[in-house]
Design a protein around this ligand. Structure first.
Ligand code: SF4
Length: 384
C-alpha cells in the first residue's frame, strides 16, 4: 500500500494551515482513534446512559488527525472550514461527540470483555487525509490479528482509494465495505461535496468505488450511506437505493440533520412524512423483495403506493423494523443493523432512526408521522 498523498493534493484543498492552532498535536492515527459516544459508553470509557438503549452493537471508530478532514462537505461537522472555530478533536459528527483514545487501549478493553459481549461489529471510518488509507490498513491488520471474533466494516473514502486498495482491504480481513455517497443526485453531490464547496469528491469516483466493491466484496458485503432530505425527491432517493440493491448491496439511510457548525446548519431537518416513507420503501427494496418499479409516485416524486398488498404492508409497518437504524448487520438478524448509531440523526425526543426495537406506541407515532400529522415529540420533551 502506498499513501497516495499526490492523489489528494491534486484536489482543490489546503492540507495544512500554518496559522491554525492545533490543541491536540499528538493525537493521531494509527496510535489514536476517535470513537462514538455510544461505543465509549458501551466500553465503559465514559460514564453515561442512552435513552431506551443500554449499548450499541457496533464499535464505530474514526481515524483522527489534529489537522482534520481535508474535505469540506457542506453538511458535515468535520468539514475543513470549521478549523477556524474548533479544535478537530472537539468537533461533533452525526450529532454526537467522538472522544479520542489510544487504539491499543480500545483493543485491550475489547479483549478484556469490557463491552460485556455487546459488540458484534467494528467499523473503521476513513476521512479525507493523506494518511487515512495507510492508517486504515494498520488499524484493520491489528484488529484482525487480535480480535478475530468481531468482523470489521470499512466506511471508505473513495477519493483516495483505488481498486487494488479495495482488493487489499478484503484480503486483509475486512468483512463489509461501504461508501458514504450521502447525496443521491449528481447535482446535489456537486453542491454539497464537490468543487462548489471547495471539496475534492466526485460522483464518478464514488460510483466507481461502489462498482469495485460489488465486484470485489460481492453480494450482501457492501453498502451505501444515503442522506434523506438534502433537496432530492423520494423517487430520486429510492432510484439510488434500487440501484445499490440491484448491484447486490444494501442501503444505510440517514435523515438529514442540520449539524451545528456545518455550512448547512440553517437548513431544515428532513420532513417527517418524507423520511418515514423513504425508510419504509428502502426496507421493502432491501429486504421485502419489492422494487421501485412496483411502487407509484405522485408528480412531486412522493411515494403513494409501496407496491405491496395491504396486509403485507401493514405487518411490515407493525414490525417496526423499517424504522430502526439501517446499517451493517450483527450476528442475529441480517435485517437489523448492529450499527444502531443512537441519536445520530435526531434527538431522543423525536427519534428518526430508532436504535432499539419499536413498541406499539412507537409504531403508532411513526404511522401518524407518515400520514403527515404533526405529532410533536415521542415522549419526554426535555430530552436532547
Ligand atoms: S469527507 Fe467525510 S468526514 Fe470529511 S467533510 Fe466529507 S463527509 Fe465529513
Amino acid at each position: 500500500m502506498t499513501v497516495r498523498a499526490d492523489s489528494v493534493t491534486e484536489a482543490p484543498v489546503n492540507f495544512y494551515r500554518p496559522d491554525y492552532h492545533i490543541q491536540t498535536p499528538d493525537m493521531r492515527s494509527p496510535e489514536y482513534v476517535q470513537l462514538s459516544t455510544a461505543a465509549a459508553i458501551t466500553l465503559g470509557l465514559v460514564p453515561g446512559s442512552m435513552h431506551r438503549t443500554a449499548c450499541t452493537h457496533c464499535l464505530n471508530l474514526l481515524v483522527t488527525y489534529p489537522e482534520g478532514c481535508r474535505a469540506n462537505c457542506s453538511y458535515c461537522g468535520l468539514a475543513r472550514h470549521r478549523e477556524e472555530s474548533r479544535d478537530y478533536a472537539d468537533r461533533n459528527f452525526i450529532r454526537v461527540d467522538w472522544p479520542t483514545v489510544g487504539y491499543e487501549d480500545v483493543i485491550a478493553r475489547v479483549r478484556n470483555g469490557d463491552d460485556r459481549g455487546q459488540f458484534e461489529r467494528m467499523c473503521i471510518s476513513m476521512i479525507t487525509h493523506p494518511n487515512s488509507d495507510h492508517d486504515t490498513f494498520v488499524l484493520l491488520r491489528k484488529w484482525v490479528d487480535q480480535v478475530a471474533h468481531i468482523p470489521v466494516s470499512i466506511l471508505s473514502n473513495p477519493t483516495t482509494l483505488n481498486r487494488d486498495d479495495i482488493l487489499r482491504l478484503r484480503d486483509e480481513g475486512a468483512d463489509i465495505f461501504t461508501v458514504a455517497v450521502d447525496a443521491v443526485t449528481p447535482e446535489i453531490f456537486e453542491r454539497t461535496r464537490g468543487k462548489t464547496v471547495d471539496s475534492p469528491h466526485t460522483w464518478k469516483k464514488y460510483w466507481q468505488a461502489i462498482e469495485w466493491a460489488a465486484e470485489i466484496f460481492g453480494p450482501e458485503k457492501f453498502g451505501a450511506h444515503l442522506i434523506c432530505g438534502m433537496g432530492e425527491t423520494e423517487r430520486e432517493m429510492l432510484d439510488i437505493a434500487q440501484r445499490i440493491r440491484d448491484l447486490g448491496g444494501h442501503n444505510h439511510m440517514f435523515a438529514f440533520f442540520p449539524e451545528q457548525g456545518s455550512m448547512m446548519e440553517d437548513w431544515n431537518p428532513v420532513s417527517r412524512d418524507q423520511w418515514r416513507r423513504v425508510q419504509l420503501a428502502r426496507f421493502i427494496i432491501d429486504y421485502a423483495g419489492g422494487r421501485i418499479d412496483e411502487m407509484r409516485f405522485d408528480d412531486a416524486g412522493r411515494v403513494v403506493d409501496f407496491g405491496l398488498d395491504r396486509s403485507e404492508l401493514e405487518s411490515l409497518i407493525a414490525s417496526g423494523k423499517p424504522f430502526q437504524t439501517s446499517g451493517c448487520p450483527g450476528k442475529s438478524d441480517e435485517e437489523v443493523s448492529a450499527c444502531n448509531r443512537p441519536y445520530g440523526d435526531s434527538s431522543p425526543a423525536d427519534i428518526l432512526s430508532f436504535p432499539f426495537v419499536l413498541n406499539a406506541s412507537d409504531v403508532g407515532f411513526v404511522r401518524r408521522q407518515m400520514a403527515g400529522e404533526d405529532v410533536g415529540t415521542l415522549d419526554h420533551e426535555d430530552l436532547d
